[in-house]
Write a protein of this length. Structure first.
Lengths: 226, 285
């Protein structure tokens, strides 16, 4: 029997990327305890965890297009991990809001979510991300079946869009950064739309080609009967 | 730096030692001073909104270090007896500088306690002799994109303009600051001179002032023009009137963990509320 090849993705690259994804959190914690954040560290924690959520969502959405363009199929094996890091950072973001901004004043939180459009949108994105994280196990994926699982996980498109809107609606005047994330998300979702439309058109062409064959045989029955 | 000279020249010599101190050492308490703990010099000078130097809180401290505050002129215009362009030194010469420890509440929901150094705005205005037709006063910040990198981008309509009703400008709390912590005003805090209006949200203060114009009608102001439904001309601190996008009921005092309740007129109701009697503060937010 052939010896099993060393799985570099599993034993080297995935652990490396895992550690890489923890660096923003590590830096935040380190800077917090060494007093290297701004004079308003709670605001910094809120902003940083939010920004990193958007970044991880953009990276997650980039994996499939980049894999298709480069043909490097191993990339797909990082998608779940990066996606789950987006969920880690959004959870920290949400926890910061609940604890350090609202101090578990739930009635205030409910009012905020209902009344402030940027919080409504951000909260919705967080809620929509939760089932994606919950169904990220192999066993759940198997139980759901690939088709349904993929359908559910298209929610990430909505999450990324809502995340950008959340950012755009909270800034005071300078929309440059939210628009930059918006551009990334627009390109990545636009790519998927383009692929979808192209596939649909190809399918329609195939079908009309097939349809065209049938009437031909009907038009000239004698030719085929001969 | 002339501004440093001007400001420090008026400071009691002992005060200059405040340089080495992290916390402000209080002198005799003035009638308008708050007893609350003063924020550190570092907090006051590294966490700033001064969009002329960028929109991050750290940008002003980072990008204002080579900002030139000398020579500096202030043009006094409009409904005034003698429209004049003053050299900063001449404009400041007549005043006895004093410290004022004020609360400062940002519209974003954070606050600080700052020991300003300067003189009452009313003293300045009296000396400039506005005519009886002057109903409002407008302040304008320097426009110089070569020194103020934020002005190279158009997220606000430069130059920054702010305004006050005449009685507001004459209120004993309205202040012109040329320093803080007993030394010349750091560039990131609006050097060489800025207005301080402690019962209003911070953006109502105008930094690095180059023009003071007395006018008959309410002047157009920068944030009000940028988002009229969010930033009113008055912008008095008011916990009952939310910003359309966030609550103004509470604030985070820089350096504190828990949030504080925001006070009406930022705690200065006794001195200023009478100016607004009969006004619907929801309408004139």
């Amino acid at each position: 029997m052939r010896e099993k090849r060393f799985d570099a993705v599993r034993f080297v690259f995935k652990p490396a990327v895992f550690l890489l994804c923890l660096i923003p959190l590590g830096l935040l914690v380190y800077n917090f305890f060494t007093d290297n954040l701004s004079a308003n560290p709670i605001s910094d924690i809120t902003n940083e965890t939010g920004t990193w959520t958007l970044r991880f969502l953009v990276v997650t959405l980039s994996i499939t297009p980049v894999r298709k363009m480069t043909g490097w199929s191993s990339l797909q094996r990082f998608r779940r991990m990066v996606g789950l890091f987006a969920f880690l950072y959004v959870s920290l973001h949400f926890a910061t809001y609940i604890y350090l901004d609202k101090f578990f004043d739930w009635p205030e939180v409910v009012k905020d979510v209902g009344k402030r459009p940027f919080i409504t949108v951000g909260f919705t994105a967080f809620v929509l991300l939760t089932p994606l994280a919950a169904t990220s196990f192999d066993s759940v994926m198997k139980w759901m079946g690939g088709k349904r699982w993929r359908m559910l996980h298209r929610l990430v498109y909505a999450c990324a869009t809502l995340g950008v809107i959340h950012y755009l609606w909270l800034v005071k005047a300078d929309t440059q950064r939210p628009l930059m994330y918006g551009a990334f998300v627009a390109v990545l979702l636009g790519y998927r739309l383009w692929v979808y439309v192209r596939n649909k058109a190809a399918k329609a062409r195939r079908q009309s080609a097939q349809n065209a064959v049938v009437p031909n045989s009907e038009l000239f029955p004698r030719l085929s009967n001969k | 730096m002339a501004a440093a000279f001007v400001a420090s020249g008026a400071v009691a010599p002992g005060r200059l030692l405040a340089h080495s101190q992290d916390r402000w050492s209080r002198g005799r308490k003035g009638p308008y001073d708050t007893d609350e703990e003063v924020n550190t010099f570092k907090e006051i000078t590294t966490y700033n909104n001064f969009y002329e130097f960028g929109t991050d809180k750290s940008d002003p401290a980072e990008y204002s270090q080579s900002f030139k505050t000398s020579p500096w002129t202030v043009s006094v215009e409009g409904e005034v007896k003698h429209p004049t362009v003053y050299n900063l030194e001449d404009l400041l010469k007549p005043y006895n500088m004093e410290d004022r420890i004020y609360r400062h509440r940002c519209v974003e929901g954070w606050s600080m306690v700052i020991p300003w150094h300067g003189f009452p705005m009313a003293d300045l205005i009296r000396r400039l002799e506005p005519t009886s037709r002057a109903k409002y006063v407008e302040f304008t910040t320097l426009l110089d994109p070569s020194q103020m990198p934020g002005q190279k981008r158009s997220y606000l309509d430069w130059p920054y303009r702010e305004g006050l009703r005449m009685d507001e400008a004459m209120n004993p709390l309205a202040f012109v600051a040329v320093g803080l912590y007993g030394k010349a005003l750091p560039n990131q805090n609006g050097a060489p001179l800025r207005s301080v209006i402690p019962w209003k949200y911070g953006f109502k203060c105008c930094k690095s002032i180059v023009r003071i114009r007395f006018v008959r009608t309410q002047p157009a102001t920068t944030w009000n023009e940028a988002a009229p439904n969010e930033y009113g001309f008055y912008s008095n601190v008011n916990p009952e009137v939310d910003h359309p996008r966030w609550s103004q009921k509470t604030e985070r005092r820089i350096g504190e963990f828990f949030k504080r309740k925001t006070l009406m007129f930022n705690g200065y109701a006794d001195q200023v509320a009478s100016m607004y009697t009969g006004m619907d503060l929801r309408k004139y937010f």
